[in-house]
Design a protein around this ligand. Structure first.
Ligand code: NAD
Length: 434
């Protein structure tokens, strides 16, 4: 099939590349000229394992192309994906300006019948709005169907998730469009769930809200474990053996971040409020997460009183491992608060340092390696559990620091291991080791 993908961010580029890899002809369009220029040179504008190789392979095979011109992208397209950002506005609602602009672009440039698919995460009712906008602005005498096809990939494993997803959700009122999409996705061999447009839009928000709830739930349990002398790792393992609960997403830590959970949970609270529903459960999930992101800072203050003049190494800055995405990362809040307390922050991340420099306070210093960051510090905060960070042993810490004091926000080590070494080790939902 001839496919156009609008937006080449984490979702658009991965979708375009993977669809070209299963044999479709894909043209990706983005308004960011620099991004398009880089992709044409074989450079992926984002870090995502396996993406660049696959992008180059399909570009060279002539199945994948990039442009800044919407008319070029839409000219021959049977299917058009909208995969632009829907960032959070100040009041928590999703900003739909980019999606609406794309709907106008499509209407003005469409020359043949097409199915328009929204992959961006959008509030319930948006696909109907997209259709309205297209019909208002359309120039040619062509038929347009719309479908909601929310995206469930995870950054850090986006390519693998696209090939091995749990389900593909298709929401549309057109049986013809649903069948075409099912056909388009067939080579992936992933179960397809067909529903109406509004339910498909809601599935995305409900899924993210549920996952965020699971994280905040185990984090609250971890806070209780600390006060009651229990070990959250064992508690989660024991809980997870119950099939009704499941063992995934029960890892206590310093909360969720990234471009999706924070904005989508806030958006769903707003969506609910527009139909006069107080989503109290989700509001608590958000509040718990906001506090959890500051937890290492709170623990360090309880331990030392003042952090003024202390040198603190932040290991890992991205919101999770294997991505360069810094959106809503805990490192932002932590470094802002540490700087406010008068601490010196020495930051290190294997991949996201360039993005971090745009978001962290200017007082933050950067190290060329984890070892350098630790050696320049008095205290270590483990923020993101990159393999490179997890591979640092307590023996390394003993060699690098006179008195290693580690605040581990991702429970990278066992308490047994900590007890064998000359380290002070504070983690989440477990006893501190002195
Ligand atoms: P992103 O910010 O990484 O990329 C968006 C891209 O769209 C940018 O490159 C931007 O230049 C481009 N763009 C904006 N307006 C355009 C226009 N008129 N024409 C062409 N290009 C345009 O965004 P993302 O992280 O890929 O997210 C996209 C959507 O997918 C969001 O709604 C998000 O909530 C959703 N989503 C994201 C993820 C994720 O892990 N990032 C997962 C599932 C769903």
């Amino acid at each position: 099939m001839q496919i156009a993908v609008v937006g080449t961010g984490y979702v658009g580029l991965v979708t375009g590349v993977c669809l070209s890899d299963i044999g479709h002809h894909v043209i990706c369009v983005d308004i960011d000229e620099q991004k398009v220029e880089r992709m044409r040179k074989g450079i992926s504008p984002i870090y995502e394992p396996g993406l660049e190789e696959l992008m180059v392979k399909n570009y060279e095979a002539g199945r994948l192309n990039f442009t800044t011109e919407h008319n070029k992208a839409f000219k021959d397209a049977d299917v058009i994906y909208i995969a632009v950002g829907t960032p959070q506005q100040e009041d928590g609602t999703a900003d739909l300006r980019f999606v609406e602009q794309v709907a106008i672009d499509i209407a003005e440039n469409l020359q043949k019948d097409a199915i328009v698919i929204t992959k961006s995460t959008v509030p319930v009712g948006t696909n109907e709005k997209v259709k309205r906008i297209i019909l208002e602005h359309i120039k040619a005498d062509v038929k347009v169907e719309v479908a909601s096809n929310p995206e469930f990939l995870r950054e850090g494993s986006a390519v693998s998730d696209t090939f091995n997803g749990d389900r593909i959700v298709i929401g549309t009122e057109s049986e013809e469009a649903a069948n075409t999409l099912e056909e388009l996705y067939k080579p992936f061999g992933i179960p397809v769930f067909k529903t109406d447009i509004r339910s498909a839009e809601m599935i995305k928000y409900a899924s993210n809200a549920f996952l965020a709830t699971k994280i905040s739930f185990i984090n609250e349990i971890s806070n209780l474990c600390e006060k009651l002398g229990a070990n959250v790792g064992d508690v989660a393992q024991g809980m997870g053996m119950d099939d009704r609960i499941g063992n995934k997403f029960l890892q206590a830590g310093i909360g969720y971040g990234g471009s999706c959970f924070p904005k989508d949970t806030n958006a769903l609270v707003q969506i609910a409020s527009f139909v006069e529903h107080e989503f109290n459960l989700l509001k608590s999930v958000i509040q718990v997460n906001n506090e959890q992101q500051r937890l290492l800072m709170k623990k360090a203050k309880e331990r030392f009183g003042s952090l003024k003049g202390m040198k603190i190494a932040l290991l890992g800055l991205a919101f999770k491992p294997n991505t360069d995405d810094m959106r809503e990362a805990a490192s932002i809040i932590l470094s802002e608060e540490l700087v406010k307390e008068g601490a010196e922050v020495i930051a290190y991340d294997p991949i996201s340092m360039d993005n971090a420099k745009k978001l962290l306070p200017e007082q933050v210093q950067y190290a060329g390696s984890a070892e350098e960051a630790v050696k320049r510090a008095d205290v270590v905060f483990i923020v993101t559990e990159w393999n490179e960070v997890k591979e640092i042993t307590f023996t390394d810490y003993e060699n690098w620091l006179e008195i290693p004091v580690i605040f581990d926000g991702r429970n990278c080590y066992s308490l047994e291991e900590a007890r064998k070494h000359r380290v002070e080790y504070h983690s989440i939902g477990r006893r501190s080791i002195y």
